[in-house]
Design a protein around this ligand. Structure first.
Ligand SMILES: [Zn+2]
Ligand SMILES: [Zn+2]
Length: 220
């Protein structure tokens, strides 16, 4: 099986991360992974990107963690892909299958409410995975569920409690949502790692999304 990290952060873009994109690529290479998807906190999350820049400049800077990881990955032999973690009041939505050029063309997403954002992403070929939906924290006022707006649910997040993950699995199963797993790695030193694996390497994020939607993957 070929292993992939689906949820990780870089210090270039995520204010809460302390590992660079290159450090993340090296870490997962050392663990025998075939690939990683960089999912930094988006502009509405815990981001390092100043709000007063132009849209193009913000997108450019947002891609820096991914691009540094990818450059390193090309040198050491690990595939690096792009995604992001969109936030709404502490609820987080992993977004896969759309790229930098798509972001450049779509500043309109910042004017949408969270429901419209999910619809728009999916209409444009992306998929939405609700990250750690039962996470509890002081800055999250309530648990929000959007079962009709998401393709899947992170039922295993390495940094969440057994209760939070168990409730997410019950949620996903009862609503027929795709089960998903990721590490939410902010450090490139995390011991517990979870993700998805495939029988052959993925070629790009469109291939990734197809295999996820067709349930041709396993969780670990
Ligand atoms: Zn974070
Ligand atoms: Zn995250």
């Amino acid at each position: 099986m070929f292993k992939y990290e689906t949820h990780l952060h870089t210090s270039e873009v995520s204010a809460c991360a302390n590992a660079s994109g290159a450090a993340q690529a090296r870490f997962y290479k050392s663990k025998g992974y075939t690939g990683i998807i960089v999912t930094d906190h988006f502009f509405n999350g815990n981001s390092t990107i100043p709000h007063d820049l132009s849209w193009a400049e913000k997108v450019e800077r947002f891609c820096a963690g991914y691009e540094n990881a990818r450059k390193c990955g090309e040198e050491i032999g690990i595939d690096v892909f792009f995604g992001w973690e969109y936030s709404y009041k502490g609820s987080d939505f992993l977004t896969y299958g759309l790229d930098k050029e798509w972001l450049m063309r779509n500043p309109v997403i910042m004017e949408m409410d969270v429901n419209s954002y999910c619809d728009y992403v999916r209409d444009n070929g992306g998929i939405i995975i609700h990250a750690h939906p039962f996470r509890e924290a002081s800055y999250i006022s309530m648990i929000r569920l959007l079962p009709r707006k998401c393709d899947g649910v992170e039922i295993v997040n390495s940094n969440r409690t057994e209760l939070e993950n168990r409730m997410a699995a019950i949620y996903a199963e009862n609503y027929g949502m795709l089960p998903f797993a990721g590490s939410d790695n902010h450090t490139a030193a995390q011991e517990r790692l979870n993700g998805v694996s495939f029988e052959s390497p993925i070629t790009d994020m469109a291939d990734f999304n197809d295999r996820i939607k067709n349930k041709k993957y396993r969780l670990f």
